[in-house]
Every structure is written in structure tokens, then in C-alpha cells.
Design a protein around this ligand. Structure first.
Ligand SMILES: *[C@@H]1O[C@H](CO)[C@@H](O)[C@H](O)[C@H]1NC(C)=O
Ligand SMILES: *[C@@H]1O[C@H](CO)[C@@H](O)[C@H](O)[C@H]1NC(C)=O
Ligand SMILES: [Fe+2]
Length: 444
């Protein structure tokens, strides 16, 4: 009898849970179909056009031509069809097994005026593009999204970003999900061109960019480094896998780290990071953000512990520099933590955000561990596709929002105001910076 009633109770409970699921308005969507793009113009025409900031008042224009003879030339000006300036750069091509890339062009242009629309064409061909340079002062608006891919979900994420008033897109790794199928890199380049040719796209590498195969193709990041050249030389780095840049006239400093480059205390990346952070004067630069691929704090069942050795190696550097927030990808979900240092809530540590929900073909990471040791530090977590927007309003306040791809709308699902550690007196920023500077000198 006892047994019966327990069974009945169990059934009732299951029924209740199912009913609750049905009434909850939002359903976890499945992965989207991959959208492949084609190119129908002649081989000399530019495709996969994207731009990135390259120093204080310059931009790098990158594109690909099927023809290896096309010119690495950019002509530009402030009115359509009137190109009063031009610059030339470099063109390269790479080989991946039997795949020979088109000519990958990179041309640095400038000096450019801030907050200004420029019209440009590539290789002397009459396809006109335009971009807007970032503003000279705050406010600045940064769209942030990782693990992008090229699916129907990616299309909806980018459409939502496109409707915002963003100045620059930051991507913490995993771009095309080509996974060694090189034509998918070309397809991705065309997929993102309507956005990436208009606003600077600043990216760092994820595991899907590695594309090395032991013995057969031992060089990692060949395609990524060829196609997505970032301003590493401009920021004193020796590797395209880690670099930094300023925006809003130096009010914001962004550091892009490489989760798949050496990071221990004797590595070039560590030395570069220590020196780069030591150069930041928080009286001039109230905001300091870091992006990397594999999250240091993560309560999702996916990729548990994968960022741990990098955290152990580098967390104290970020803490010493009073980094305001760290954005990661890799886990295909959204999660926001409180300010943390060394696994404990700390008002002088960075806030941690995982934003690996761009829409890639692998789908969502659905399972969070309720008993994870960081669970009490995790303020909001949800496995949905979407993107983040960081609107840095002034020297003290920035508004972070997470926009979920809820069908046709980008629903705001999370919102928080961050206050800058650089502008606050409480965390001893001046002292921390001096210590960082001194230890950087010791390292070098
Ligand atoms: C750092 O990594 C290098 C190789 O990547 C290794 O030779 C060295 O022993 C490591 N150092 C420490 C302190 O772990
Ligand atoms: C900075 O922005 C916040 C939020 O909009 C506002 O409350 C605050 O007054 C601003 N501070 C200054 C100095 O303008
Ligand atoms: Fe990843």
C-alpha cells in the first residue's frame, strides 16, 4: 500500500514538473542549421572584408581575393565615391593540405578622425564599403559575443547586434567553426562582412582556431592568424594570439589574451601582460577589461576546469591591476559572477562573465552544476543563445546587458551597472599599479 501511494506521489510530481515546463514561456532552442555563403563576383573582387583598430587613430582593412594578382590597396574618404586618401599593405596566401587560400590582404589606413564614417574600396575595385570609427571620448558601446559560428542562430545574434548602436565588436574566441574545412573560413568571412566591414571587430582565438594536426599539419592557428590579423605589433606583443588596445580616447583599455598560447610565469605572454598592465594609468584609463576563451570561473558541466591552469598563472596579475571585468567564451551559455579573487568574492577583483552563446552549430551547454564550488559566486546563468552589450557611460559607470535571442527579439535577460575600480578610491588603484609596474620591471 505504502509502495503504491509513493508511486502515485512520484507520478504526480513528474506530471507537475512537465506541466511547469510547458507553461514556462521559453523553450531551449536546438542548434541552428549552418548557412554557407557563396561568392558570385569575379575573382579579382574583394570579399570577406573586415576592419579592426590598429593603433590610436588607424584601422586595418582586411579582405580576400580569389585572384593572387589583386592589389593590396585601400582608397578612402569621408564622402561616397570620393577617395582623397589611399594606402597599400600586404597580401599573403597560405596552404592547408590541398587547400590554397585566396590572397589575404591587410592594409593599415589613417590617421582617421574619431566617430566618423569613412567610405572605402579595396584593390581599386568599385565595390564601396563604409565604416564608422570609434568615438574619441566616452560613452562607447561594445558588443561582446563568443563562439559565434555561422548558423541561423548566428544570423539572428548578428541581426540583433546590428540593430544596436554599438561602436565595436569584441569576440572572445571560436569564430567560424571551420574545424579544418578551410572553405568554411571563407564562408564565415562572407557571412560576417555586412557587420565586420562597418565596425571594428576585435577577436581573440579559441580552441576551434587551432586547426593543427599532429605530424600532418603541426602549425597551429595558420588560417586564423592569416585572416584575422589583430594589432599585436601595435601593442608591443610578439604574437597575434594576445594584444591590447585603447578606445574612447584611452578611457578604456582592452586586453585580449590567448587561452591556447603559453601563459605560465616564464612565458612571453605573461611577460607581455605584466608590462602591458603596468603601462595603464588608471587616472587616465578608468576602465580595464580582459577577454579570453576558456573561462576561469564556470559552473557549467561543459569544459569544467579547462581555464584553471591559466587562472592559477595569471589571476594575481589581473587582480593587482584592478581589472574591472573578464569576458570569456567556450561554454555555450551565459553566466555572470560577482567580483572574485582566488575563488572568493572580493570587491577589488574583476566581475566574470561567460558569453559563449553566439549561435554555433554545436548547440547549447545545457547543464549547470548546482553544487559547484563556485555556485555561490554565480549570480545568473542560463543556457540560451544571445549576446552582451557593454555601454561604458562615463569614468565611473558602465551598463552591462545580456540580450537573449528570444525568437525575433533580443530580450534583455540580465542587466547590471558596473562601477569602475580605476575611478574608485576603495581598492588602492594607484598603489596596485605601482606594485604591478615594479614587478613587471623585475620580470623583464
Ligand atoms: C613554463 O612553460 C615552459 C614551456 O611552455 C616550460 O619549459 C617551463 O618549465 C614552464 N615554467 C613553469 C614555471 O611552469
Ligand atoms: C555616470 O553615469 C551614471 C549612470 O548614467 C550617472 O548616474 C552618473 O551621474 C554619471 N556620472 C557623471 C560624473 O556624470
Ligand atoms: Fe571553445
Amino acid at each position: 500500500m505504502m509502495e503504491r501511494s509513493r508511486q502515485a506521489q512520484g507520478l504526480l510530481l513528474i506530471c507537475l514538473l512537465i506541466c511547469l515546463r510547458l507553461v514556462s514561456a521559453f523553450h531551449r532552442p536546438p542548434p541552428g542549421r549552418v548557412i554557407q555563403t557563396a561568392f558570385e563576383k569575379p575573382r579579382s573582387h574583394p570579399q570577406q572584408v573586415h576592419v579592426s583598430v590598429a593603433g590610436r587613430d588607424r584601422m586595418r582593412v582586411s579582405w580576400i581575393t580569389g585572384s593572387l594578382h589583386a592589389l593590396s590597396l585601400v582608397e578612402y574618404g569621408k564622402a561616397p565615391g570620393q577617395y582623397e586618401a589611399s594606402a597599400t599593405g600586404e597580401g599573403t596566401s597560405y596552404l592547408y593540405f590541398f587547400y590554397r587560400s585566396g590572397k589575404v590582404h591587410h592594409v593599415k589606413i589613417g590617421p582617421l578622425e574619431p566617430g566618423t564614417v569613412y567610405y572605402y574600396r579595396c584593390g581599386g575595385i568599385d565595390d564601396e564599403f563604409s565604416f564608422k570609427t570609434p568615438p574619441a571620448t566616452l560613452p562607447v558601446e561594445l558588443a561582446i559575443v563568443g563562439d559565434l559560428g555561422q548558423t541561423e542562430w548566428t544570423a539572428s545574434t548578428l541581426a540583433h547586434i546590428g540593430k544596436s548602436s554599438y561602436d565595436m565588436l569584441l569576440l572572445p574566441g571560436d569564430l567560424s567553426y571551420a574545424d579544418s574545412q578551410q572553405p568554411l573560413w571563407d564562408s564565415f568571412g562572407r557571412f560576417v562582412q555586412p557587420y565586420a566591414s562597418r565596425r571594428p571587430w576585435m577577436v581573440t582565438a579559441g580552441n576551434h582556431e587551432i586547426e593543427a594536426i599532429p605530424i600532418l599539419y603541426p602549425d597551429p592557428f595558420v588560417s586564423y592568424n592569416s585572416r584575422w590579423r589583430m594589432p599585436y605589433e601595435e601593442s608591443g606583443s610578439t604574437s597575434n594570439l594576445y594584444y591590447s588596445f585603447d578606445t574612447a580616447g584611452g578611457a578604456v583599455h582592452v586586453v585580449m589574451l590567448g587561452s591556447y598560447a603559453d601563459f605560465n610565469s616564464s612565458s612571453p605572454q605573461y611577460e607581455w601582460l605584466a608590462a602591458d598592465l603596468a603601462k595603464v594609468d588608471r587616472r587616465v584609463t578608468p576602465w580595464l577589461f580582459v577577454l579570453l576563451h576558456a573561462p576561469w570561473y564556470n559552473t557549467n558541466a561543459a569544459h569544467q576546469g579547462e581555464g584553471e591552469s591559466m587562472r592559477r598563472a595569471m589571476e594575481s596579475l589581473l587582480y593587482g591591476a584592478r581589472v574591472d571585468a573578464v569576458f570569456a567564451g567556450h561554454v555555450h551559455a551565459y553566466e555572470r559572477f560577482t567580483r572574485i579573487y582566488d575563488n572568493k568574492a572580493d570587491p577589488c577583483g574583476p566581475a566574470y562573465v561567460t558569453i559563449g552563446d553566439g549561435g554555433n552549430r554545436e548547440g547549447l551547454a545545457l547543464e549547470f552544476d548546482q553544487n559547484h564550488r563556485s555556485a555561490s559566486l554565480s549570480l545568473l546563468r542560463e543556457a540560451s543563445f544571445g549576446h552582451g552589450e557593454l555601454r561604458v557611460a562615463n569614468a565611473t559607470h558602465a551598463r552591462w546587458t545580456w540580450h537573449r535571442n528570444d525568437d525575433a527579439y533580443a530580450t534583455v535577460r540580465d542587466e547590471v551597472w558596473l562601477t569602475s575600480l580605476g575611478a574608485s578610491g576603495g581598492c588602492g588603484v594607484g598603489r596596485a599599479a605601482r606594485i604591478a609596474r615594479a614587478s613587471a620591471k623585475l620580470e623583464l
